[in-house]
Design a protein around this ligand. Sequence first.
Ligand code: ADP
Length: 394
Amino acid sequence: MLTTMSTSPDSPAHIGIVGAGQLARMTLQAAIPLGLRLRLLAERPDDGAALIAPDVLLGLPNDPEALLDFARGCEVVTFDHELVPPPCLDALIAAGTCLRPSAATMRLAQDKSAQRRVFAELGLPVPPFQVLSRESDLAEVIKSLGSPLVLKAARGGYDGRGVWIVDGADNLRARFKELTASGIELIAERWVRIERELAILIARRPGGQTAVYPLVETVQVEGICREVILPAPVSPGLAAEAEEIARTIAEASDVVGILAVELFLAGGRLIVNEIATRPHNSGHYSIEGCVTSQFEQHLRAILDWPLGATAPTAPAVVTVNILGGPTGGDPFAALPCALGLEGTHVHLYGKGARPGRKLGHVTVCASGVEQARRQARKAAELLSGAPIPGEVAT
Ligand code: ADP
């Protein structure tokens, strides 16, 4: 069943976004000065972007009828998540919808197993991995990948849900049985001793023009991104290598829009972890921290318009995510206090507060990383009502 919430149902939508979470919400914000009209397909009326968008259809991303109704009249359809099943993407294409990124690119973004295979074929550094389909594979997997090893759901994981570190043959067998019984397709990969996690964004137009953002460090705690730090504390040589990896993947995946590449630094070398073919948490810093935000850039790229400059606006930019605190308090209550801290840019996503849920972020631009990080963490602590893990070096 499709319900329209549109205040102007007859007006043509220029761009459709499947999904109405915080990425769609921040894309809407970027669309305003460009005079663009956006239509959203939201699962629920209280999704973060559905709360503020004038043109919202309610429907599930795996409902072909909802998708087709939604896409009718959109010049371009793009995505705020990876949840549209391939047959639905094909149905949209068959109906003449312009998907950006394309169905083939979305398939790659949805499948960690395909990503590992394609990146390895491109000669890019990936952790040694194996697709796990039978229990009889397990002994061989421990032999070739060692222990502990990492099990990953090939599809549907996010924020560390869908990643399990498993130690020893017995635990591996038990986990494998439990996960495959619930229908999860698994890959196993070598556990990497990670020194830092890094990310880089690149935007690409249909004709191949690209714009690369600077490399950032992402601080992850239990699989969830907590902080994003610009510049990444690595050598110019590694930063250049990361840029080359991003260009290679952008070209090979034929992405249109923003591509985020997540990387590990291990043993002084880069390893590709995974990609997202949409604006990404590691790029929220670009709203205040770069000449063109990732959200505006995504819109420019999918409309095949000239890409904007990606230079940083300050020597240091730090974003700290606001996660729901243990008591589930609403960050809104602490907003005046957080805004009282100089230089803090607060973004709240309008989501209901739940422990551990990403509710917003704070960005601070400054002359040095330490200063930016301290101030952003202070504000995020006030807003989430809980300490941010880790310490800033003194
Ligand atoms: P998600 O799609 O849920 O973000 P990721 O593949 O990015 O999943 O994994 C989440 C986190 O788990 C990573 O940020 C990293 O900290 C850790 N991780 C993932 N793969 C490995 C690995 N092979 N070795 C060690 N840690 C890993």
